[in-house]
Design a protein around this ligand. Structure first.
Ligand SMILES: Cc1ncc(COP(=O)(O)O)c(C=O)c1O
Length: 361
């Protein structure tokens, strides 16, 4: 089977010596490798105030806390995502309020977000679903109008571009995930990028039990709740090595995504996701849209090509029962959705085969 997602590891002969060095260095917890990774990731992807964490979920939890989200808060979010986007507000006792998605992309519809704002709204989480940037300019305008934080969940979108900048530069906070199957993995890990430097101390405390590194343990005073959310030097070493290879990985996702866009633009009965004119996808997944998604899925799987919807709209989970609301855009998008393989492991022959199956219908 050609898989829909696949782990990308740097070459063994490069990674293993680096890992061996760090594993036997006597310094495997948070330390210099983590701080070097933060600096390198920030400069590679044009992001400021980067903090490395144990997961993208930890980064979401931190971003929500720093946005002032608490037990009486509402967080407006998209149901069209992986679950951690929406379980993280629950850690803080907040209510998730669904906004509808744009059926052309599966991303938040800014008008629907605007309609859901109440005096309790503290944050908007937008996901660049499958790697396609959300309508950030409009979401930023809504957030600014109401004085609400905008959090960009960039877990799918490493390497995407918005308005000439790398993704993650519009929100007050942006999070990235280095979980196994993302464009870039550190086995597990994540990054929080913070627009306003004033949050850095609180963010550092949040990631390590409420304490600041460097303050002697016999003198340090905990004055806020923190977690065991730090990245360790072993994950950071994988991350540092990955940075030498990630551009080529992302480039091939983009080459394949654009190939499909070009090939399918006039194919009858099939559309594909589009983002607004300011956005360029990094195609973590390729998002096909067709009224016959079930039949096409069968045809592709029958030919040895994985294809699926991959995610379950999060509003369907029992834990979100009290958030139910009509979401016609989501219903339309999800019924037509089919993800097809598009990553670095898809070679020219495979992508031609996929296109020919889709064109046959
Ligand atoms: C959209 C999205 N947000 C957040 C996360 C959470 O990232 P992590 O698995 O690193 O905690 C994931 C991935 O699992 C994701 O796909």
């Amino acid at each position: 089977m050609i898989p829909l997602v696949k782990v990308a590891m740097p070459p063994r002969n490069v990674l293993m010596p680096a890992l061996e060095d760090i594993l036997y260095s006597g310094m495997i917890a948070e330390g210099e490798a983590v701080y070097r990774f933060e600096a390198a990731f920030g400069s590679h992807f044009g992001l400021k105030n980067v903090l490395a964490l144990s997961s993208g979920t930890a980064a979401l939890h931190a971003a929500l806390k720093l946005s002032g989200v608490g037990p009486d808060s509402e967080v407006i979010s998209t149901p069209m995502t992986a679950e951690p986007t929406n379980t993280s507000p629950l850690y803080l006792g907040a209510k998730v309020v669904w906004a509808d998605v744009d059926p052309a992309s599966g991303n938040l519809d800014p008008q629907s977000v605007r309609e859901r704002i109440t005096p309790r709204t503290k944050a908007i989480i937008c996901v660049h679903y499958a790697g396609y940037p959300a309508r950030l300019a409009e979401l930023r305008a809504v957030a600014d109008e109401y004085g609400i934080a905008l959090i960009e969940d960039c877990a799918h979108a490493l390497g995407a571009i918005y308005d000439g900048n790398t993704i993650g530069n519009v929100g007050d906070f942006a999070i990235f995930s280095f979980q196994a199957i993302k464009h870039m993995t550190t086995v597990d890990g994540g990054v929080l990028a913070i627009k306003d430097e004033k949050h850095m101390i609180a963010a550092k405390k949040f990631r390590w039990f409420g304490m600041l590194k460097g303050v002697p343990r016999t003198e340090v005073d905990i004055d806020s709740v923190g977690y065991k959310y730090n990245m360790n030097n072993v994950s950071a070493t994988i991350g540092l090595t990955q940075l030498d290879y990630v551009d080529r990985v992302i480039e091939r996702h983009i080459e394949n995504g654009r190939y499909y866009d070009n090939e399918l633009v006039n194919a009858p009965g099939v559309d594909f996701a589009v983002c607004d004119a300011y956005g360029q996808s990094s195609y973590w997944l390729y998002t096909l849209l067709t009224d016959s998604s079930a039949d096409l899925e069968k045809a592709l799987v029958g030919a040895g090509i994985s294809a699926s919807k991959l995610h379950r709209p999060n509003n369907l989970h029992s834990i979100f029962k009290s958030s139910q609301v009509a979401l016609p855009g989501l219903a339309q998008f999800y019924s037509r959705l089919l993800h097809i393989p598009c990553g670095w492991w898809v070679d020219d022959a495979v992508r031609e085969q996929i296109v020919s199956i889709i064109k046959k219908g």
